[in-house]
Design a protein around this ligand. Sequence first.
Ligand code: 13P
Length: 250
Amino acid sequence: MRDKIVAGNWKMNNDLAQTEDLLGNIKNELKPKEGVRVIVAPPFTNLYHAFESLRDRPVDVAAQNMNENKSGAFTGEVSAQMLTSIGVKTVILGHSERRAIYKETDELLAKKVDAALENEMEVIFCVGEELHERKAEKHFDVVRTQLEKGLFHLSAAQWEKVIIAYEPVWAIGTGETASPEQAQEMHAFIRKTISEKYGQQVADEVSILYGGSVKPDNAQEIFAKEDVDGGLIGGASLKAGDFLAIVNAF
Ligand code: 13P
């Protein structure tokens, strides 16, 4: 059985005091749900605090990015080993904001994936098309290429540490959500693409999350779809009440 997962991507939000506040509220109000994993991804500066604060709680902590190199002259960067040294074992890679704003290519992302897996980290790998690509009906091709270039060099065994997040760029932070049917259609396509390369068992065990304007009032119908195993939540993960309502949507 694959995991159901609700992950909060805080992006570049929350200083230390705000982090303490938000995590405090999440800890107070979280009612663990059997079979649902909860992850929060604060900015780098708050990861150590978050990990320590959540140590005895069923909430995992993820980084939002990392560098592909082990160490060295890479000013401003953070390595996988640095993350694991503070207890962080999960990293989001390939978010569309990293791809679009910081020009991260599929080739670079493949290297980051390797660095994470070499350090026994788990990867939440984001894929998704832009609006013009969907309008041109290229969305399946775009997502297939992102999967192939970023992940298809891995062995079947390495997929145990991979979670996919489908985030159509046109639905991120826009208030516009993919319909549950659009999400299901793409998630089923992703699973089929993985099964064609790795076989049905690997495909059946990969959790595929949906991201893009998930809110308490739409989470339930999106999560109800067969191939949607949870969500990667941006804006709504910054309010404990909303984030936990989404967790409870399962
Ligand atoms: P929103 O939920 O704010 O649309 O962001 C989605 C996202 O980018 C999560 O990684």
